[in-house]
Write a protein that binds this ligand. Structure first.
Ligand code: HOZ
Length: 435
């Protein structure tokens, strides 16, 4: 589908001024053979392109917008904060309030530091773990993506997987020599690596619900095995809950699966749509961070007033009784509806879902790790994406991302989406069986 003429012209200009025309790779929509839409505005579950055409939005800014676009409580909080000033580089009341809300929400978090992005959160958590243990090694899992800091860009998901970049030029071998990447949902391989290297490992970092190889839920025994083995070897267990935090439940994936990490990383929802990250956990680890301790980490705009205000307002909304139950109902309707379509039309595809995070893989079987995710037919995904876009449904522009549902999506929006999907999938049937 051709993007609207204004988007097209903007993209031509953007490509001259910004690498690839975008400020984050996946949004270029290269993998689905589409030029990106430039977005004029959003309202509720819809976004509008530069010509004013509306789309039901399942990207939700890649996760933060669990309340949809322009939720009145969030807008009001930002407006109120704006009247006080945009940034002070000095402590403010709102930072304390948001930190306390995170600590109250997530059992394993006793102390938290606000940063500006998920990348900063994971990078800083790794540094804290290395300082705490006096070790250098890191274990991560194939297809998990923890932002773009050097030591974590190994077998990474998200844009790295979409663009099929094996590592990244510019990351020195000496930096990644301490990073081991293992298969997700394979507790045996993990136990073996820990038996071999456990005493050299500072941290194990994992997306407890993986969202950067498409959406892949953890097998029940996988997270428990991570906890058991890391405890045995004195390794810091880090849950990267940048996507799953406050999304799969108010207390995150750790609440949902009953496994408690030593450190957790947040972003997306805790900023209510503003740029925010946070990392936190056990006091004895967090107290090493400067100026309380010697581990250096800083940021001019960290704890930014507008971002704190938006985050507080968002958390207040989603902690209201019934919020997650309602979100579950619409999300289940979408997930079950897609699964039924796939079955009825005989399409080789799998739908994964944890709460309002969904993954649709045009794969021959179940998808529970990166290998299986990579076996998906990305051409078919691209065709599905383009068909849906033509019908006014805005999906993530890559197989290795998550479909997010927000509380602004109503049953009628879900039904509109399913009817578009039926139409598009019926067209894909011609090639069914070729995946
Ligand atoms: N890496 C993000 C999704 N996993 C994409 C961010 C963006 O393009 O805005």
């Amino acid at each position: 589908m051709k993007s609207d003429p204004k988007s097209y012209l903007l993209f031509q200009r953007a490509k001259e001024a910004i690498p690839g025309g975008v400020n984050s790779p996946v949004r270029a929509a290269k993998a689905v053979g589409q030029d990106p839409l430039f977005i004029d505005r959003g309202q509720g579950c819809r976004i509008y392109d530069m010509e004013g055409r509306g789309y039901i939005d399942y990207v939700c800014s890649w996760g933060p917008l669990i309340l949809g676009h322009r939720h009145p409580a969030v807008i009001e909080a930002i407006e109120k904060a704006l009247l006080r000033g945009t940034s002070f580089g000095a402590p403010i009341d709102l930072e304390v309030e948001l930190a306390e809300m995170i600590i109250d929400a997530v059992d394993s978090v006793e102390m938290v530091r606000m940063v500006n992005s998920g990348t900063e959160a994971t990078m800083s958590a790794i540094r804290a773990a290395r300082a705490y243990t006096g070790r250098d090694g890191i274990i991560k899992f194939d297809g998990c993506y923890h932002g773009h800091s050097d030591s974590l860009l190994v077998a990474a998901g998200s844009g790295v997987a979409t663009l099929n970049i094996p590592g990244s030029p510019g990351v020195p071998e000496s930096v990644v020599q301490h990073t081991y990447s293992l298969s997700y949902n394979d507790p045996e391989a993990f136990a073996e690596k820990m038996a071999e290297k456990g005493d050299e490992i500072a941290a194990v970092i994992v997306e407890p619900v993986a969202g950067n190889m498409g959406m892949v839920p953890p097998d029940p025994d996988f997270l428990a095995a991570l906890r058991k083995e890391t405890e045995k070897h004195g390794v810091v267990l880090i849950f990267d809950e940048v996507m799953s935090g406050f999304r799969v439940s108010y207390g995150g994936a750790q609440e949902l699966y009953g496994v408690s990490p030593d450190l957790s990383c947040f972003g997306k929802i805790v900023g209510g749509g503003m740029p925010v990250g946070a990392y936190g956990g056990k006091k004895e680890i967090m107290e090493q961070i400067a100026p309380k301790g010697p581990v250096y980490q800083a940021g001019t705009l960290s704890g930014n007033p507008l971002a704190m205000a938006a985050g507080i307002a968002a958390l207040k909304q989603i902690s209201m009784p019934g919020f997650y139950e309602n979100l579950e109902e619409t999300s289940a309707r979408l997930g079950n509806g897609l699964a039924r379509l796939v079955e009825r039309l005989g399409i080789q595809a799998t739908v994964n879902r944890v709460g309002s995070m969904l993954g649709l893989f045009f794969a021959p079987g179940l998808v529970s790790n990166f290998e299986q995710a990579k076996a998906s037919d990305t051409e078919k995904f691209a065709a599905f994406y383009r068909g849906m876009l033509e019908r006014g449904i805005y999906l993530p522009a890559a197989q290795f991302e998550v479909i997010f549902v927000s509380s602004a999506h109503e049953m009628a929006d879900i039904d509109e989406t399913l009817s578009a999907a039926e139409d598009v999938m019926a067209g894909l049937q011609d090639t069914a069986g070729e995946t």
